[in-house]
Design a protein around this ligand. Structure first.
Ligand code: GLU
Length: 425
């Protein structure tokens, strides 16, 4: 079937890598940046494709496709998570690697951007199968990663246990203990205090400042959380605990629930642990998943995957602050709509940078063999997130651009300067 030009454009618009490139071009135009820089940042520096054979529990061998992409290392070794997802594509991983470059730059971490992914459905795999897949991934990519090269971490559907297996496999190959090769590890194995909820906590520090900017009192403010997973479950519980927000709706891949009086995130987590989903939580009404985004709330937190806010629904979104804890939830068209409607958007690579920031603290602690307490981690995280928010707000006002463009301006400038100093351009 022949697709019309408009249909092709729309399909491309859903491709996160095309979005990431558009965002780079857009920023390069505003900054009138050196042509060499522009060309370099449009493409990843390295893209690795691997096939990972795994012995399944029934004795058969299945081969899984995996990727590891390095977008840019001008500021330091690459850093970024590994996703295990049935719909993973290399283009998604490429976009996410680019966003890691901007995220690390924005937070002034001495790190570049990378990302990995494996096409698999961890929900249908046993712990043994997952362990063999995790170790198999390292067997395929170990030459390309390392504490001073590229340092993976958890992301969608990966967790501290998976990080522990990967660290152990890399250490076996290296013939020595290598805690610094991966972050998001369990506390017992060189993990950092405060890493488990760092993405949520860091974004909430940003939200606290954004609420100040908007004169919104967070105590009693209503919040909807789309994606009650690695980040979202902590967003809900910490927003309630730290600020007294009222969480009125949450969703996950299987359903959504709503209660105007407020939900108890701890009980929801318990329900999800028992049943696998927030759906059917007894103290709430069911809600069609798409409707959660359009609820009349003060703060909307997309916490799952890419492209959930598009030109199709942005106009109907009523929240005055949208905090992107997910990577890439909003398309460029929706960004424009938000800006016109004066929605205060906290862009992904600012709002969800708490995870990689504490990952960086974890690396520092691993290198020094000296570990900090939670209080020290939280204070340092707060300082970094708050400084990053105001650097973006300042540029947004100075240039009269939306918060995403402003975040790009801050981040791309620093990477461009590093490339110039290295003599790459
Ligand atoms: N996967 C997280 C992110 O997208 C954390 C990355 C890291 O800790 O390196 O920011």
């Amino acid at each position: 079937m022949e697709l019309s030009e408009a249909a092709v454009a729309e399909l491309n618009g859903q491709n996160p890598f095309v979005v990431a490139q558009q965002q780079c071009d857009d920023c390069a135009n505003i900054l009138n940046i050196d042509l060499g820089v522009r060309e370099i940042i449009r493409e990843p520096m390295q893209e690795i494709h691997v096939s990972i054979p795994v012995r399944m529990d029934d004795g058969s061998i299945r081969v899984f496709k995996g990727f590891r992409v390095i977008h840019n290392t001008a500021l330091g070794p690459a850093k970024g998570g590994i996703r295990f997802h049935p719909d993973e594509t290399v283009d998604t991983v490429k976009a996410l690697a680019a966003w890691m470059t901007w995220k690390c730059s924005l937070l002034e971490l001495p790190l570049g951007g990378g990302k990995g992914g494996v096409i698999c459905n961890p929900k249908e795999m046993s712990p043994g199968e997952l362990e063999r897949l995790s170790r198999g991934y390292v067997d395929r990519v170990w030459q390309f990663i390392g504490p001073d090269k590229d340092i993976p971490a958890p992301d969608v559907y990966t967790n501290p246990q998976i990080m522990a297996w990967m660290m152990d496999q890399y250490s076996k190959i290296a013939g020595k203990n290598q805690f610094g090769v991966i972050t998001g590890k369990p506390l017992r194995l060189g993990g950092s205090a405060g890493r488990h909820d760092a993405t949520a906590r860091g974004g909430l520090y940003v939200l606290r400042e954004a609420a100040r900017t908007r004169n919104l009192n967070l105590k009693g403010a209503t919040m909807a959380v789309q994606g009650f997973g690695n980040a979202g479950s902590y967003v809900a519980s910490l927003a309630r605990e730290l600020f007294g927000c009222r969480i009125v709706a949450v969703s996950d891949s299987r359903g959504a629930v709503y209660n105007r009086m407020g939900l108890n995130p701890q009980l929801l987590s318990e329900h999800k642990r028992m049943t696998g989903s927030v759906a059917d939580y007894p103290k709430a009404d069911p809600l069609p998943q798409g409707e959660l985004l359009e609820l009349d709330v003060d703060v909307l937190c997309p916490c799952s995957l890419e492209n959930v806010i598009t030109s199709g629904n942005a106009q109907r979104i009523k929240a005055s602050i949208v905090a992107e804890f997910a990577n890439g939830p909003t398309t460029p068209e929706a960004d424009e709509i938000f800006y016109a409607k004066d929605v205060h958007l906290l862009p992904d690579f600012l709002c969800n940078a708490g995870g990689v920031t504490v990952s960086y603290f974890e690396m520092v602690q691993n290198f020094n063999m000296f570990y900090w307490d939670e209080k020290e981690v939280y204070e340092r995280l707060d300082n970094k997130m708050t400084a990053a928010y105001y650097s973006v707000l300042d540029i947004s006002r100075k240039y009269g651009v939306n918060m995403r463009r402003a975040a790009y301006i801050v981040a791309v400038r620093r990477v461009a300067e590093a490339m110039q100093l290295r003599g790459w351009v």
